[in-house]
Design a protein around this ligand. Structure first.
Ligand SMILES: Nc1ncnc2c1ncn2[C@@H]1O[C@H](COP(=O)(O)OP(=O)(O)OP(=O)(O)O)[C@@H](O)[C@H]1O
Ligand SMILES: [Mg+2]
Length: 263
């Protein structure tokens, strides 16, 4: 089943009068539960692709389709609800709120959504990530690896359908980076989360099932091309939302259509 796809995705930045073609006519499909690495030289369009796929930015043309819904049809508010409930993000810079403890940072997206955390799920993530003894610490009192693990826990706290990661191990030493990546994969696999990971590091990329290489804003190589990943979604978004809510009532997830995400 398909988790996400983009069709003819194009992004042109108008910088100082000279247009920058960051992404040109990119069409990709990501299978549910798959783990894809996006590689390419600096400036090849990796972050741009990730920002568009995750609804953090809007394309110049082309579309991003999540569960048969074109993200272009969502207004900014609907998009932020969708992102908070369905997508998780891990960036190279840790982006933790410095005044909040690790635990408060992890819970922030769930709280912002006015929901109760699923304690069993949280405890499992905290255990796998090995940050149980750091929960009352402020980010400033944690190492880079520990902060990144807190970011991963925060991204997974909502049980996202898709985890987007942009150079999540870029600021860590090789060994810590590999450990963090392994943890991210372990939790994602357990939960059936689709992972899309941007990395310069070929050693990191090789751990993925599929490697996409961008060059100059276009797909230069795609190891998953021609595979069964380009299948139409059999799922109905609203039905899956409702059954998902029934499955995890402790999360108290309001059906997404009542939040106005479905126009
Ligand atoms: N906000 C922006 N305004 C103008 N140009 C931009 C903007 N963001 C990105 N670009 C340009 O778009 C191109 C692609 O940038 P992008 O950040 O996607 O590359 P990247 O592959 O993620 O690079 P890196 O590996 O260095 O992070 C680059 O030429 C970049 O300078
Ligand atoms: Mg980048």
């Amino acid at each position: 089943m398909e988790a996400l796809r983009c069709e003819s995705l194009t992004k042109t930045y108008q910088g100082g009068g000279v247009p920058v073609h960051a992404l040109r006519d990119v069409s990709l499909s990501f299978a549910q539960g798959s783990f894809t690495a996006v590689t390419g030289k600096s400036g090849s369009g990796k972050s741009t692709l990730l920002h568009l796929l995750s609804g953090l930015d809007r394309p110049t043309s082309g579309s991003v389709i999540y569960q048969e819904h074109d993200l272009a049809r969502y207004n900014d508010n609907q998009l932020s609800v969708l992102r908070r409930r369905r997508f998780g993000f891990v960036f190279q810079s840790y982006n933790l709120v410095r005044e909040l403890t690790a635990r408060e940072n992890i819970l922030l997206p769930v709280m912002l959504d006015g929901r109760k955390p699923d304690e069993g799920h949280l405890n499992r993530i905290i255990e796998v990530l090995g940050i149980g003894d750091r929960l009352s610490h402020l980010p400033g009192a944690m190492s880079g690896g520990q902060q990144q693990r807190v970011c991963i826990a925060r991204a997974l706290a909502n049980k996202p359908a898709i985890l987007f990661a942009d150079e999540p191990t870029g600021n860590l030493d090789g060994k810590t980076g590999r450990e963090v990546l392994t943890l991210m994969r372990t939790v994602s696999q357990e939960l059936g989360i689709t992972m899309i990971l941007v990395t310069h590091d070929l050693g990191v990329a090789e751990q993925a099932e599929r490697i996409i290489r961008l060059e100059d804003g276009q797909v230069a190589d795609d190891s998953g091309e021609g595979e069964d990943s380009i299948t139409a979604s059999g799922g109905n978004f609203i039905e899956s939302e409702i059954s998902r809510n029934k499955r995890s009532p402790q999360c108290g997830v309001a059906p997404i259509e009542t939040a106005g995400v479905i126009p």
